[in-house]
Design a protein around this ligand. Structure first.
Ligand SMILES: [Zn+2]
Length: 95
């Protein structure tokens, strides 16, 4: 079992209509995931925090979700980066 070898806790998001992705360190809201429909699709992601240089837990999403950016944040340039099968998204502060 090579899974989760960095020992980061993983949160599985499947039955949520909406899920708030928060920073694991400072608990700021980083991104809201809103479910569009159930599907077999799944992907893993981590959101990097612009407030404390920390990041969210490792999140596994099952289904189709869209990302809703909190008002005071925007997605970092270049979109998500693939880090060993995990989509890592950088957020930036608007102000
Ligand atoms: Zn943080």
């Amino acid at each position: 079992m090579e899974e989760n070898k960095d020992e980061k806790p993983m949160v599985r998001v499947e039955d949520f209509e909406e899920y708030d992705v928060k920073c694991a360190d400072c608990e700021e809201l980083l991104l809201k995931m809103v479910k569009v429909r159930d599907s077999e699709k799944s992907y893993r992601m981590i959101i990097e925090c612009p407030f404390c240089d920390g990041e969210s837990w490792l999140i596994e999403l099952v289904g189709d979700y869209f990302q809703q950016t909190p008002k005071r944040l925007k997605l970092g340039k270049g979109g998500a980066e693939d880090r060993d099968g995990v989509l890592v998204t950088k957020m930036k502060r608007r102000w």
